[in-house]
Design a protein around this ligand. Structure first.
Ligand code: ADP
Ligand code: PAZ
Ligand code: K
Length: 245
């Protein structure tokens, strides 16, 4: 049995696989004990651990040390690559690309087979990547994620105080809370329209969305397939156990 981990800046997503099948999956924060307990019942059967991560090198080393100490099995980290099969990275310095972006593209490529596609990963940060039908990565975008935007407005401006509000409308606001929360909706709608426009421009016929805020984007009209496990699926492909679900 294999344990796959996608350790992002906010949450750790994991799945247990055997014989190409997903047996269990879950998520949690990186430093909570609960996450380890989630897969503890299968601990003795884990033969290998594969990881895609964007956490700091210090936290990565801690994670590696604690997993190696607890499981005494190979712990393999996978990073962005120049290419994998026909999928070719647009970055000249691929080591600077977040592993999650590359593995999300690998997952998208495996899932869609032929045809160009866009990957939208709405996590701590939002990333958008475009891949042509030939497998050529056309490049992408990195934007602040929803919580990051709210946090920076609160922290970096002395007089912006606001409450949470489940805003669905992007109408002009008439209070600080409305201006901020409607502003997020407005921005999200603009982003969705821009992604659709880019997909038409580049001839991409599919959008795959992942990340904790993916459903919000789909709710705002993003015509995407939601795959919360896109990075893990790509990681599974790279680690050689890909089976379409
Ligand atoms: N239960 C949850 N716990 C944490 N974040 C959540 C949860 N549900 C939705 N979110 C949203 O998802 C974002 C994190 O998404 P995720 O894809 O896990 O990020 P990352 O890959 O950066 O760790 C948070 O910023 C938050 O807006
Ligand atoms: C952009 C990211 C922070 C997104 O990670 P996340 O917010 O999902 O945890 C991550 O992919 C990253 O650290 N990238 C490095 C810079 C780059 O991809 O060019
Ligand atoms: K991510």
């Amino acid at each position: 049995m294999k344990l796959l981990i996608d350790a992002g800046n906010t949450r750790m997503k994991w799945q247990l696989m055997a014989g190409g099948k997903v047996l269990r999956r879950g998520f949690g924060t990186l430093d909570s004990d609960g996450i380890a307990r989630d897969w503890a019942p299968w601990a003795d059967s884990i033969e290998r651990i594969a990881i895609s991560t964007v956490i700091s090198e210090g936290r990565r080393q801690q994670l590696q040390a604690s997993l190696e100490a607890a499981y005494r099995v190979p712990v393999v980290f996978y990073w962005a690559e120049n290419r994998r099969g026909k999928l070719v990275n647009a970055y000249s310095d691929v080591h600077s690309m977040g592993a999650d972006r590359w593995h999300a593209m690998c997952g998208g490529w495996q899932a869609t087979g032929a045809g160009g596609f866009a990957v939208v990963d709405a996590g701590s940060a939002i990333t958008v990547d475009y891949v042509a039908g030939s497998g050529g990565h056309l490049g992408g975008y990195i934007l602040p994620g929803k919580q990051m935007m709210l946090r920076s407005l609160k922290q970096d401006a002395a007089r912006i105080g606001f409450d949470s509000l489940d805003a669905e409308e992007g109408d002009p606001g008439a209070s600080t809370t409305e201006c901020v929360q409607h502003g997020l909706v407005w921005l999200r709608e603009a982003m969705v329209a821009r992604i659709h426009q880019d997909c038409r421009r580049f001839g991409l016929d599919r959008i795959v969305a992942t990340g904790g805020d993916a459903s919000g984007l789909i709710g705002a009209g993003l015509s995407a397939v939601h795959d919360p496990c896109l990075v893990l699926n790509g990681l599974a492909a790279v680690d050689g156990e890909w089976v379409p679900e």
